[in-house]
Write a protein that binds this ligand. Structure first.
Ligand SMILES: Cc1ncc(COP(=O)(O)O)c(C=O)c1O
Length: 481
């Protein structure tokens, strides 16, 4: 038996305190307690791997054959059912009394406890973590906060999300016309040494900031974040290295001190499985004074903004935290999720996801060969690098542009109006829509005739089989239409 005691967990302590303060009704608290004890003890004591994952899966309340099967964590994930139930119960309880007395204390306490837990999971000090609204919000802190000198250089990867990529920085350039923006294109490079070299070649004595996604939302490429941080700092110690973790926070174990980044960010509704409208920004203490806050608002202590100059801006990450009015239940939802994720274990989560992704890759490879055999030409290719350390749980395929409806018979018969209209829609979008309409499977499309798959721990190996079986049917139907 494990020594993990549910009543000692941070979520229980906060919920129990709510109960003692009359912030949660008796029935709601007892329902939470019963489920929480069962969940914690089962996670802690289930050693058999398949039983373990079956139980974890049962924590997500969706019906495999009636509800949509999500293979789309890179966009949005499902919440743990017990977390959502507690949040909903509290929403009712807290709506009955909106007095300030009832709001500030639970708010501040929950933020503190959640911050401590999440910071410990990332191996950083709690005061260096600011809660944010999503993954875009902290990116805006980074690209709004610096003041530049003439000739300063910013390096961004061309696979960064628009909120930290070329778009965001071109907008900044309107305010700082004398900065140089270098948009780095790795041109499909899959050798980690050459990837490092391309980044280092872009860094020089004028570089102030390098920002890259740890895992690309576009190709699924995982960059060697630790090696990059260290090499960039070695070349120019003045460079602030920002790692966008929107596609990695929660997906595997992180030790940000070990990674050596200057800042790291992420929204919790993707791989962390947390509630919408929550996210984080971590920043190294020495770097904080370099960034002006982008928002002026009440912080996580529910304190008003400081009045300069007597009352200076905080030295810690609370400088970037703008709490204001928000959906209060999200915060206990964030804490509860962090507690469950920590109990399941980030190493285990990372390994499980990787297994699901590799299984899916095998299926996609077989599907690619089968389609080629049937149609006599390549229909798609897998773009995400295969090397173990260059991908995690995102897989992207790109359809060949010549593969279109009727390609098998188009020489033999005239196209109908319908197939002409269909052929104007990229194959990626057609397949994506048919997977949803006919098979209740949710994936996503990307520009350039691409489809993206991103499985999470709520998925099963059977889902990975189901999606490729469905693709075979739908792609053949489209190509034969
Ligand atoms: C790498 C990356 N950064 C930032 C974001 C923005 O995150 P959010 O949607 O949470 O604002 C995304 C969203 O897809 C992303 O993929």
């Amino acid at each position: 038996m494990s020594h993990i005691i549910p009543q000692d967990r941070p979520t229980f302590r906060v919920a129990h305190w709510y109960r003692c303060q009359g912030l949660v009704g008796r029935e709601n608290f007892l329902a939470f307690q019963k489920r929480f004890e069962e969940v914690v003890t089962t996670i802690a004591n289930t050693k058999d791997e398949e039983k373990f994952w079956k139980f974890v899966r049962s924590l997500f309340d969706f019906d495999d054959y009636a509800d949509c099967v999500p293979i789309n964590a890179a966009n949005l994930s499902i919440l743990f059912d017990p977390v959502l139930r507690l949040m909903n119960a509290l929403a009712f309880d807290w709506n009955r009394d909106i007095s300030i007395q009832k709001r500030i204390q639970p708010f501040v306490r929950t933020i503190q406890v959640a911050r401590e837990l999440i910071a410990a999971q990332l191996n950083v000090e709690p005061e260096l973590v600011a809660f944010q609204r999503n993954g875009s919000d902290p990116n805006a802190v980074i690209n709004n906060g610096l003041t530049f000198n003439h000739g300063d250089q910013v390096v961004v990867w061309n696979e960064n999300h628009p909120t930290q990529g070329e778009v965001a920085w071109r907008i900044r350039k309107d305010r700082f016309p004398n900065i140089n923006i270098v948009v780095l294109d790795l041109q499909g490079e899959q050798d980690p040494v050459k990837i490092m070299k391309k980044f280092l070649d872009a860094v020089n004595g004028h570089t102030r900031l390098v920002a890259f996604s740890e895992v690309s939302h576009l190709s699924g490429t995982r960059l060697p974040a630790k090696a990059l941080c260290s090499a960039i700092h070695q070349k120019n110690p003045r460079v602030h290295v920002h790692v966008d973790g929107a596609q990695s926070w929660g997906a595997f174990k992180h030790d940000l001190k070990d990674m050596g980044c200057d800042s790291y960010s992420g929204g919790s509704h993707k791989w962390f499985l947390g509630p919408k409208e929550t996210g984080i920004l971590y920043m190294r203490k020495e770097c904080i004074p370099n960034f002006a806050p982008k928002d002026i608002g009440y912080n996580g202590e529910m304190q008003p903004p400081p009045t300069l100059p007597d009352d200076p801006l905080p030295w810690d990450a609370s400088r970037f935290e703008m709490v204001g009015q928000r959906n209060d239940t999200n915060l206990i939802g964030l804490l509860y999720t962090a507690d469950l994720m920590g109990l399941i274990g980030y190493d285990k989560i990372g390994t499980r996801m990787k297994k699901l992704t590799d299984h899916l890759r095998g299926n996609l490879e077989r599907l690619r060969r089968e389609l080629k055999r049937q149609h006599g030409e390549e229909i798609f290719e897998i773009e995400t690098p295969k090397a173990d350390d260059l991908h995690h749980a995102i897989l992207v395929i790109k359809f060949k542009d010549q593969a279109q409806p009727g390609s098998r018979q188009q020489k033999k018969r005239r196209k109908t109006k319908k197939s002409e209209a269909a052929s104007a829609t990229p194959l990626s979008e057609q397949v994506y829509n048919l997977l949803y309409e006919n098979h209740k499977i949710g994936v996503s499309t990307k520009k350039g005739n691409r489809m993206r798959f991103s499985p999470h721990i709520y998925n099963t190996f059977e889902h990975m089989d189901r999606v490729t079986a469905a693709m075979l049917v739908e792609i053949n139907n489209i190509l034969d239409s």
